[in-house]
Ligand binder design. Sequence first.
Ligand code: 5RP
Length: 258
Amino acid sequence: MDFGMKNRLSRLFDRESERAVWLAIDHGYFLGPVSKLEDPAKTIKPLVPFTDALMLTRGILRTSVDASMEVPFILRVSGGNSIVGPALSNEGIQTSMEEAIRLNASAVAMSIYVGTEHEHQTLLNLGKLVDEGQRYGMPVLAVTAVGKELEKRDARYLSLCCRIAAEIGANAVKTYYCEDFEKIVKSCPVPVVVAGGPKLDTELDALKLAHDAVKQGARGVDMGRNIWQSPKAVGMIKAIASIVHDGASVKEAGKLLK
Ligand code: 5RP
């Protein structure tokens, strides 16, 4: 692996644990102003010290993030869809590699929609993004999106998606946690991180998700709503970090919730 690619990837993982707590705040690219992310600057400011990287769009980066901050970021570059449009899977690339480099991104991220009418276009888009990423030393994170079909989140489907993403050349894959998650990790040759998905009933449920995912081989989390939609958002991210980086149990991590 060339220096640029290696260097960018190394920024995204904690040096000691070699794992990652990424804070996903890219939801607005198709959901608009989701609850608790109406004012992204206000939401993320207290959370930034506890994250290894932010995942966001260029619009929120430019308007809501202090350019002197030291935390790296993963730039969401796919889009072209909306929650009120005809198909969430109908994504293209909406931010160029040149822009990602100008903004000093440490990686770019895009969604693939396996098994949908737009499977072909999203997989070819991933291939093109990986080609460009290889040319410029920019890691590519593939997100195995399910749109509104949350019931698709099982090990058989997600292992198919993750493996396809890795075969096409993604440097890391973000997917959902599910029963038999270990199977997904074992058949995916690049690091797998987990999303949180819609807000769970309790904070402890989200901590358990992170705990079980890491125990089964996830390299960390790329979590959004279960952190910043919690009334204990700072406690949540500290608790998640203790699980991911320090191997804390759910009970130990729960003590950090305030
Ligand atoms: C949307 C995304 C989100 O970043 C992802 O779903 C993570 O956030 P959450 O933990 O809220 O699910 O990629 O497509």
